[in-house]
Design a protein around this ligand. Structure first.
Ligand code: KIV
Ligand code: ZN
Length: 523
C-alpha cells in the first residue's frame, strides 16, 4: 500500500463553518494561495449552492489556484451538483464532493427518507457528478454512527456508481480510535472494488480525539485525511492539519506514512488564518499555539540550554516558527523589512511592502523596538486589505475620563467627500463608534470585540478584532495601532467597508440577472 497520505484541506469550507470564521471571497483566495504553498493535495474551496459568495469564491479559486485539486461540496440534489460543476468549470483539477447522511437518526429525523432512498440518491448523485469530472468524492455523513452493514452497502453503491474517493466522516466527533479503525478494516474487507478507490477520513473534535481518530484510520488503510488549519471547524472543530501532519512526520517510525506538506509553511499559514478570522489558537495548542515551543520551568530551560532534545521533539524551524526575534527600529530600511518578512515566511509584493513600510515608519515613531509580531500585525492590518475603501478614517479626537466620553471624527466617504461627526458613549471606543454610526447611518449589530496586545510592553501594538452584523450578514474587522481606540475604529471601518463591498457585489449580481434595481444602502 502507498505510504503517501493525501492531505485534503477543508479550512475554506468546514473551517469556515466555525462560529465567527466567515471570510470574504478575497480573503479566501489569499488563504487558498497560502494553502497551495503549504502543499495541500486537495483544497475544498466551498459549498457553491449555499450562497452567491461561496459560488464566487470557488470559481475564483478554481481559476487562480492551479496545482492542487479544487473540491466543491454538494448535497445529493441535482441543483447542488450542477452548481458545483459550474463553479469548477475553469479548474485545472476539479473534484465534486457529494454527501448524504447515512445514520438512522439522520435518515429518519433529518431527511425523512428510507435506506433504499438514501442508496438511490447516493448513486444518482455520484453518476451526475461524474458528468462534470472524473474525480468524484462521496461522503457518508455521520458514518461513524451508521450501522456497519448499511455503511458497507452505501459505500458499495458509491463505488459502483463511480466515486473515486470515499470519505468516512466522524461528523459529531463521537468515534474512538479503536472503533474507527474497525470501520475502515471492515469496509476494506467487505466492499468490492474498494482497492480501486481512495478511502478518506474526516474527524471532528468533540471529544478531543480528532487527531487520534485520523491516525487510527490511516493505520487501518485510509489514504486521505481531511483537516483544517488550526483545527477550526463546526463546534469543537476538525482534525488539525498541523497535528496530523507533524504526528506522521515526527513519528514516522510508528506508521511509516508521510504527506507532501512543506512543514515550514505551517506557521505562516496558521498566522494568516488567525489574522483573517481573528480567531487565535489557544496558547497551548499543539504546533501553532503561542506557547507550543516556550519553555518556562527553570529545569526545562536548563535542559534546553544543554541539549535541545531534552525537552524538544521537533525544532520550531521545522514548522516555520521564526528562529530569532530580530528587532527592527526607526532606521531600518525597506530592504530590512522585506528580508524580515521573507524570514517569517512571507513573500511580500511591492504594493504590500509600500503600504507596510509606511505603517512601519509611523510605528517606529511611536515605538523603539519593533518585533516580529508588530510587523506581522502591520502586514495584516485592516487597511492593507484589498477591499475598496468606502469609509476612510481622516481624523479623530476622543475625550475621556469623565462620566461620558466624546468623540470628533472625520471620515472620507466615497462619493461624498469629507464628513464630520460627533459621538458620545460610556467609554472612548463607544463614543468613537457612535460618531461612525451617525455618519454611516446603517443599523449595525456589534459582536465579539477583542483587544489583544500583539507584543509585550507598554508601547505594544494593540490588535482589535470585531464582528459587525449588517443586514443579516456578519463581517469581521481588524485594526492594529499603538492606540487601541484608533485600532478599534479602524477595525470597525474595516468591517463596514466589507459590508459596503458585499452589498455592491450583491446589487451588481441582481442587476445582471435582472432581479431588481441595485440598492445603495444610503452610500
Ligand atoms: O462532518 C461532515 O460530515 C462533513 C461532511 C459534509 C463531509 O463535513
Ligand atoms: Zn465536517
Amino acid at each position: 500500500m502507498d505510504n503517501r497520505v493525501i492531505v485534503f484541506d477543508t479550512t475554506l469550507r468546514d473551517g469556515e463553518q466555525s462560529p465567527g470564521a466567515s471570510m470574504t471571497p478575497s480573503e479566501k483566495l489569499r488563504l487558498a494561495h497560502a494553502l497551495d504553498e503549504l502543499g495541500v493535495d486537495v483544497m475544498e474551496a466551498g459549498f457553491p449552492v449555499s450562497s452567491p459568495d461561496d459560488f464566487l469564491s470557488v470559481q475564483e479559486i478554481a481559476r487562480n489556484v492551479r496545482r492542487p485539486v479544487i473540491a466543491a461540496l454538494a448535497r445529493t440534489r441535482p441543483g447542488d451538483i450542477d452548481r458545483a460543476g459550474e463553479a469548477l468549470s475553469n479548474a485545472e483539477r476539479p473534484r465534486i464532493h457529494v454527501f448524504i447522511a447515512t445514520s438512522r437518526v439522520h435518515l429518519e429525523r433529518k431527511l425523512g427518507i428510507s435506506e433504499e432512498e438514501c442508496l438511490e440518491q447516493a448513486a444518482q448523485a455520484v453518476e451526475r457528478a461524474r458528468r462534470y469530472t472524473d474525480d468524484v468524492e462521496f461522503s457518508a455523513e455521520d458514518a461513524t454512527r451508521t450501522e456497519l452493514p448499511f455503511l458497507c452497502k452505501v459505500v458499495q453503491t458509491a463505488v459502483d456508481a463511480g466515486a473515486t474517493t470515499v470519505n468516512i466522516p466522524d461528523t459529531v466527533g463521537y468515534s474512538h480510535p479503536r472503533e474507527i479503525a474497525e470501520y475502515f478494516r471492515t469496509l476494506r474487507a467487505e466492499v468490492r472494488g474498494i482497492d480501486g478507490v481512495i478511502l478518506s477520513v474526516h474527524c471532528h473534535n468533540d471529544l478531543g480525539l480528532a487527531t487520534a481518530n485520523s491516525l487510527a484510520a490511516l493505520e487501518a488503510g485510509a489514504r486521505q485525511v481531511e483537516c483544517t488549519i488550526n483545527g477550526i471547524g463546526e463546534r469543537a472543530g476538525n482534525a488539525a492539519l498541523e497535528e496530523v501532519v507533524m504526528a506522521l512526520r515526527v513519528r514516522r517510525d510508528i506508521l511509516d506514512l508521510d504527506t507532501n506538506i512543506t512543514t515550514e509553511r505551517i506557521h505562516p499559514t496558521s498566522r494568516l488564518l488567525t489574522q483573517i478570522t481573528g480567531i487565535h489558537p489557544q496558547p497551548n495548542k499543539a504546533i501553532v499555539g503561542r506557547n507550543a515551543f516556550a519553555h518556562e520551568a527553570g529545569i526545562h530551560q536548563d535542559g534546553m540550554l544543554k541539549e535541545r532534545s531534552t525537552y524538544e521533539i521537533m525544532e520550531p524551524s521545522m514548522v516555520g516558527v521564526p528562529g530569532s526575534r530580530l528587532v527592527l527600529g526607526k532606521h531600518s530600511g525597506r530592504h530590512a523589512l522585506k528580508a524580515r518578512y521573507r524570514d517569517l515566511g512571507y513573500e511580500v509584493d511591492k504594493e504590500d511592502l509600500d503600504r507596510a513600510y509606511k505603517l512601519f515608519k509611523l510605528l517606529a515613531d511611536q515605538k523603539k523596538d519593533i518585533l516580529d509580531e508588530d510587523i506581522l500585525a502591520i502586514l495584516h492590518h485592516g487597511t492593507t486589505d484589498d477591499i475598496p475603501i468606502t469609509f476612510g478614517l481622516e481624523k479623530m479626537k476622543v475625550e475621556c475620563g469623565g462620566q461620558w466620553s466624546y468623540s470628533d471624527l472625520v471620515l472620507e466617504v466615497k462619493g461624498k467627500g469629507l464628513m464630520e461627526g460627533k459621538g458620545k458613549g460610556d467609554g472612548p471606543i463607544a463614543a468613537a463608534f457612535d460618531a461612525v454610526d451617525q455618519l454611516v447611518g446603517w443599523p449595525v449589530e456589534l459582536g465579539d470585540l477583542t483587544i489583544r496586545a500583539a507584543t509585550p510592553g507598554r508601547d505594544a501594538v494593540g490588535e482589535v478584532t470585531l464582528r459587525a452584523k449588517v443586514a443579516g450578514k456578519t463581517f469581521t474587522g481588524r485594526g492594529a495601532s499603538t492606540d487601541v481606540v484608533d485600532a478599534a475604529v479602524r477595525a470597525y471601518l474595516h468591517a463596514l467597508n466589507k459590508a459596503a463591498h458585499a452589498r455592491q457585489l450583491e446589487s451588481e449580481a441582481l442587476e445582471r440577472t435582472g432581479q431588481g434595481q441595485g440598492q445603495t444602502w444610503g452610500v
